[in-house]
Design a protein around this ligand. Structure first.
Ligand code: EPZ
Length: 428
């Protein structure tokens, strides 16, 4: 398994180009199942999760052409043409779904298009049990019969198709909002989703579905109204830039007291994170190509609480904690989205961080310095928080199990090295 070696203490200066958002690309790819025409997606990131979903869609009968069509292809993203002319298999098997829980996003489209779907339960992951009860109860409200058997969801739509319904999500769920919004585009009648997720990735999916002929109102708000159609058609769509990747590189400038231009990053998708950076004494200024982040030595301690969008994103919590381990003062970090998203704490502690966890709150007492150490990546965002800490730590850090990193960050070490980091991938 690859490792990453970092020798800390370098100030990062330069620019990074932000790629298409993983968490937008995955539902957008699943949307190809809703039409028998071709969906062309541009600016897709080159990540393991995208490849996994290509494999899953392929076994449903989707013809996938790499670099087919050419919307504008985004900056240097991959272009995929996805054509589900005929769906030959409606089973999403455990051996694929267990690798990537976002595979559950084929459930709504398969059920809407084919009237039946058998999808492996995703199972939990490091950050929590991550159930899909909200997805299933909403599909039942749309008339589906849902049975859990042998670790699989067996769903069957009524003979004349899913019915529009008025659905109220008790918890804001990105995946449930996406799954049900896709199913609703082909349902009979109107579906209203209350307490829907407002993440930019959900909005990106809504815009793509509209380009395919769907009728969706309230896009960007917490109430989505979908008028079902008989069919959807072809579209070409470019995936929006990854706000979590952009925020992560912004934090790299902050923690090293350097300056990075985040090219392609959309500052308007990061209000809460930018607000926290500015409160910590970092300047963030829009530029023609994105925004520039400038750190000035020791950060001020700032309290954050993760919330659904537009609040502080849970996917940047671990990275922000890395910053606060070196801040001047104590910071309270509260995680409200997932029940077990502090796995980075013991690893940061090994580097000299002073963090006390009580339930879903971590109290971070800023240290004068961190020291490099061998550490273990556990989940995608925790692993990149270790990289951030290592960039500022004295001495050498070895991050093990970097396959977690590769799921969400494309060529991370190359891009940090181009800004002056002493970082190298050690191939085992
Ligand atoms: C998406 O996961 C993202 N993944 C996650 O990013 C992100 O952390 C999360 O949204 C929150 O923003 C993708 O988009 C592929 P949720 P998702 O449904 O949809 C509970 C990353 O690092 N819940 O919004 O699975 C759930 O347990 C990943 O890129 C239910 O209880 O998240 C969690 O506590 C990690 N029942 C909360 O809701 C359900 O049916 C939010 O989950 C569904 C969710």
């Amino acid at each position: 398994m690859d490792k990453i070696r970092i020798r800390g203490g370098r100030t990062l200066r330069g620019e990074v180009v932000i790629h298409g958002a993983k968490n937008a690309a995955l539902p957008l790819m699943a949307a190809c199942l809703l039409t028998d025409e071709t969906l062309v997606l541009g600016n897709l990131p080159h990540l393991a999760d995208i490849t996994t979903l290509v494999h899953l869609l392929g076994q449903h009968g989707v013809i996938v052409r790499m670099d087919g069509g050419a919307p504008n292809g985004g900056n240097d993203g991959r272009v995929l043409a996805l054509h589900a002319e005929r769906i030959t298999r409606t089973i999403a098997p455990y051996n694929i779904v267990r690798k990537m829980r976002a595979s559950v996003l084929v459930l709504g489209p398969l059920l809407a298009r084919e009237g039946t779907a058998t999808v492996s339960l995703p199972g939990g992951c490091a950050i929590g049990t991550r159930p899909i009860d909200l997805h299933l109860s909403a599909l039942e409200q749309m008339g589906a019969k849902v049975e859990l058997k042998g670790g699989y969801v067996h769903a069957l739509a009524p003979r004349d198709g899913l019915k529009g319904a008025e659905i109220r999500f008790p918890v804001v769920s990105v995946g449930a909002t996406e799954n049900i919004m896709m199913a609703a585009t082909l349902a009979k009648g109107q579906t209203i989703l209350h307490n829907a997720a407002r993440e930019p990735e959900v909005t990106d999916l809504a815009h793509c579905l509209i380009a395919m002929g769907a009728k969706i109102g309230g896009v960007g708000t917490d109430t989505l109204t979908v008028e079902g159609r008989d069919r959807l058609g072809a579209a070409e769509y470019t995936v929006l830039p990854d706000r979590i990747e952009a925020g992560t590189y912004a934090f790299a400038a902050a923690i090293t007291g350097g300056e990075i231009e985040v090219v392609g990053g959309r500052i308007e998708h990061l209000d809460a994170a930018v607000g926290a950076l500015q409160a910590a004494g970092v300047t963030v200024a829009p530029t023609e190509r994105g925004f520039r982040v400038t750190g000035y030595g020791r950060l001020k301690a700032v309290d954050i609480t993760t919330q659904p969008y537009p609040g502080f994103p849970t996917d940047l919590q671990a990275q922000f904690m890395a910053l606060m381990t070196l801040a001047d003062g104590a910071s309270m970090i509260t995680e409200t989205i997932f029940e077990n998203r502090f796995m980075h704490v013991p690893e940061l502690t090994r580097m000299g961080a002073d963090i006390t966890v009580r339930g879903n709150t971590a109290l971070v007492r800023g240290a004068a310095a961190l020291r490099g150490a061998p550490v273990m990546a556990t989940d995608l965002r925790a692993s990149v928080s270790l990289v951030l800490a290592a960039l500022a730590a004295e001495g050498e850090t070895i991050v093990n199990r970097v396959y977690h990193l590769d799921r969400g960050y494309e060529r991370l070490e190359e891009r940090l090295r181009s800004c002056g980091a002493d970082i190298e991938r050690l191939r085992e």
